[in-house]
Design a protein around this ligand. Structure first.
Ligand SMILES: Nc1nc2c(ncn2[C@@H]2O[C@H](COP(=O)(O)OP(=O)(O)OP(=O)(O)O)[C@@H](O)[C@H]2O)c(=O)[nH]1
Ligand SMILES: [Mg+2]
Length: 225
């Protein structure tokens, strides 16, 4: 059991950044956000973009199923042993923020079973705007919203929108069909987040996940520096 996360503080990040043998463990990046915003699609695209450069694994969270892991396995974005699923059985945020033991175990087992990894992506189950990851579980977090969820979401704020290390506004290809004003979303996001970065992306375009992959590369470079 890992109960020390109950007392999260700045020191929680990286406090266990080394394995017992002294080597640096994988950088852990969480992806959270509302149901259906494109978290799994972003994870799949990141795996395709990064898998030839870094050793990476994925942990998915679902409430009652292992659907997201099954999707990633079907799409063969990584070898099967690099994909693990946690069935939370409860609101997703409880397993990524309140009692992270099942997720920590999944992340640690992944590295134990497959050998040292550079990067582990942890996808939360789809939740609401208040869901964020414990700093005892991940080193950085990406919050994924989409334009079809309403262009007032950045203005509404909440910890995901305001504090995530990266805010991704996904499905920009759908903006004309749902009447979402991207300029307004960008202005609201900037007002909520000050200097924190925001990426607008469509996974239906050629650029796809490029900007997010570059952000992950930069985090990895800082982690290993
Ligand atoms: N048009 C469009 N559809 C997208 C885009 N990204 C994802 N989708 C679609 O949106 C749907 C939901 O995507 P997922 O990646 O499963 O979303 P999720 O956030 O993982 O969903 P949950 O895990 O259930 O919360 C799927 O049908 C995707 O193919 C995008 O950029 N544009
Ligand atoms: Mg998903």
């Amino acid at each position: 059991m890992h109960l020390d996360h109950l007392h999260d503080g700045p020191s929680a990040v990286g406090a266990d950044a080394r394995r017992p043998d002294g080597t640096r463990r994988a950088l852990r990046i969480g992806l959270g956000g509302p149901v259906g915003s494109g978290k799994t699609a972003t994870v799949a695209a990141l795996c395709r973009a990064l898998r030839d450069e870094v050793a990476l694994g994925v942990v998915t969270n679902d409430i009652y199923t292992r659907e997201d892991a099954a999707f990633l396995l079907r799409e063969a974005v990584l070898p099967p042993e690099r994909i693990a699923a946690v069935e939370t059985g409860a609101c997703p945020h409880t397993a990524i923020r309140d009692d992270i033991s099942a997720n920590l175990e999944a992340v640690e087992d992944l590295e134990d079973d497959t050998g040292p990894l550079d990067l582990v992506l942890v996808e939360s189950g789809g939740d609401n705007l208040t869901a964020t990851f414990s700093k005892g579980l991940v080193d950085a977090q990406i919050f994924v919203i989409d334009v079809a969820g309403g262009d007032d979401i950045p203005r509404k704020g909440g910890p995901g929108v305001t504090t995530a290390d990266l805010l991704v506004v996904n499905k920009t290809d759908l903006a004309p069909y749902v009447g979402s004003d991207l300029a307004r979303m960008a202005a609201d996001a900037k007002a909520q987040r000050a200097q924190l970065p925001v990426v607008f992306q469509s996974l239906r375009t050629e650029a796809g996940v490029t900007a997010v992959a570059d952000w992950v590369r930069a985090r990895l470079a800082a982690w290993t520096a």
